[in-house]
Design a protein around this ligand. Structure first.
Ligand SMILES: [Zn+2]
Length: 357
C-alpha cells in the first residue's frame, strides 16, 4: 500500500505543500490531480482532437494559401512556420517533427540571451545543418538583457500566478522570446509560430491557437508595462511598431489564415527518452554544463535556486507534475529531477556576470 502522505508532496504527482493554493485530500492527493481526473474527455481523446485541429489547419493553409511556385510557403511567405529554437531537447525534437513528419518549410529562430550553453549552440548548428533548415539568431545587447534579468531577480515583476509555472527569469526570457517571434512572424508574413513546449509546460488548449489583434495588443501591453520603465527606449526593438500593427490588420488576418501559435508536443506522443534518442541520432549531444531541468540554458540553475528560496517551491514543479500526472514521466524520475541541487560553479559564474553579490 502507498504510504500515507505527510502533506509535503502529492501522492500522485510531485507538487509540494508549498505550491500556491494547493490542497490535499485524505488520500494525500492534490486538488490539481483530482481536477485532472474530472476531465470530460480522456487525455487521449483530447490529444486526438487537437491533433486533428492541427492537421485541418495545415490542410486549409495548403489548400487556400500555398502558391504553385516552388519555394513559396503558406500565406505567400517564404516559410510555413517560424520555430522558437533554443537548441534544447524539446525544440530540437519539434524541429525534426515540423520538417520531417509534417514536411513544412521551417525558419528556426534562436533568442540568444547570452547564457545559452556552448553545447546547445553547437546542437543548434548540428541540427539545423543535418535537417537543412534556415536559422536566425537574435542576440540583444547584453546591457539590456542583463538589466532585465537582474530586475527579474531583485524585484517583483510578476504576479504569483505567473510564477507558478516558471521562475521570474524564465518569465522574462519567455516574454522576450514571444515578442521577438511575433515581431518576426509578422514582418516576414509567416502564419505559424511554433514552440517546443512539453505537455507539462503549456496547456493543450493553447496548442493550436489563433491570434487576434486584441490578444496581440494585450501581450505587447504586458511587455511594455513590465519593462518600459526599467529599460526605456532600448526596449523598442522588442515591441511591435505601428507599421507591424498595420500589417497585422491586413486582409490575411481578416480571412483567418494569419496568425497561429502551435505547440505540437502537447498533442503528439511525448517520451523524454525517445525524444533524446531521436535527436541524438541526428548528432545532438546532451550538454554537461546545464542543470537537470534544462538542456540549453545556463541561467536556469541560478533562477531555480532564487525562486525556490523565495517562494518555497521549485519553479519546474508544475511542469514536472503535469508530465507525471499524464504518464509521460514516472513520479520517481520527477522527484529526482526536482531534488538535484544546482551546480554551485554555474550559479556563481552567472551571478558574477549579472553583477549580483
Ligand atoms: Zn497531485
Amino acid at each position: 500500500m502507498e504510504p500515507k502522505n505527510d502533506m509535503n508532496i502529492c501522492n500522485k504527482c510531485v507538487l509540494p505543500g508549498t505550491f500556491p493554493g494547493i490542497r490535499f485530500d485524505a488520500e494525500g492527493v492534490c486538488n490539481h490531480c483530482r481536477q485532472a481526473e474530472k476531465r470530460r474527455e480522456t487525455l487521449s481523446q483530447q490529444k486526438a482532437r487537437y491533433h486533428q485541429k492541427f492537421l485541418d489547419l495545415l490542410d486549409r493553409l495548403k489548400r487556400e494559401t500555398r502558391n504553385t511556385q516552388p519555394g513559396t510557403g503558406f500565406a505567400g511567405s517564404s516559410y510555413d512556420v517560424l520555430l522558437a529554437y533554443s537548441g534544447g531537447k524539446d525544440s530540437s525534437y519539434t524541429l525534426t517533427l515540423l520538417k520531417k513528419d509534417f514536411q513544412l518549410r521551417v525558419l528556426a529562430i534562436t533568442f540568444n540571451h547570452g547564457f545559452v550553453s556552448k553545447q546547445a549552440l553547437e546542437n543548434i548548428r548540428i541540427i539545423t545543418h543535418v535537417l537543412n533548415v534556415d536559422h536566425l539568431m537574435v542576440s540583444p545587447n547584453p546591457k539590456l538583457l542583463n538589466e532585465a534579468f537582474r530586475q527579474s531577480i531583485d524585484s517583483d515583476l510578476y504576479p504569483l500566478k505567473a510564477l507558478e509555472r516558471a521562475s521570474s527569469v524564465c518569465n522574462t526570457c519567455m516574454n522576450f522570446t514571444k515578442s521577438i517571434l511575433l515581431k518576426y512572424a509578422i514582418a516576414l508574413g509567416i502564419p505559424l509560430i511554433a514552440y517546443g513546449w512539453s505537455p507539462g509546460q503549456a496547456p493543450i488548449q493553447s496548442s493550436v491557437m489563433r491570434w487576434n489583434l486584441s490578444m496581440i495588443r494585450q501581450m505587447q501591453g504586458v511587455m511594455g508595462h513590465t519593462f518600459k520603465h526599467l529599460l526605456g527606449d532600448d526596449l523598442s526593438p522588442y515591441l511591435l511598431g505601428e507599421s507591424e500593427f498595420e500589417k497585422v490588420k491586413d486582409s490575411k488576418m481578416q480571412e483567418g489564415i494569419f496568425l497561429f501559435n502551435i505547440h505540437p508536443l502537447a498533442f503528439l506522443d511525448y517520451h523524454e527518452e525517445k525524444i533524446i534518442e531521436e535527436i541524438r541520432s541526428l548528432g545532438w549531444v546532451d550538454p554537461k554544463d546545464t542543470d537537470s531541468n534544462s538542456t540549453n540554458c545556463l541561467l536556469n540553475a541560478f533562477a531555480n535556486q532564487t525562486h525556490q528560496a523565495r517562494y518555497g517551491f521549485h519553479p519546474y514543479a508544475s511542469e514536472i507534475a503535469g508530465l507525471v500526472r499524464e504518464g509521460h514521466m514516472s513520479r520517481q524520475e520527477g522527484l529526482r529531477k526536482l531534488s538535484v541541487p544546482p551546480d554551485p560553479v554555474i550559479v556563481s559564474q552567472v551571478k558574477e556576470r549579472l553583477g549580483i553579490k
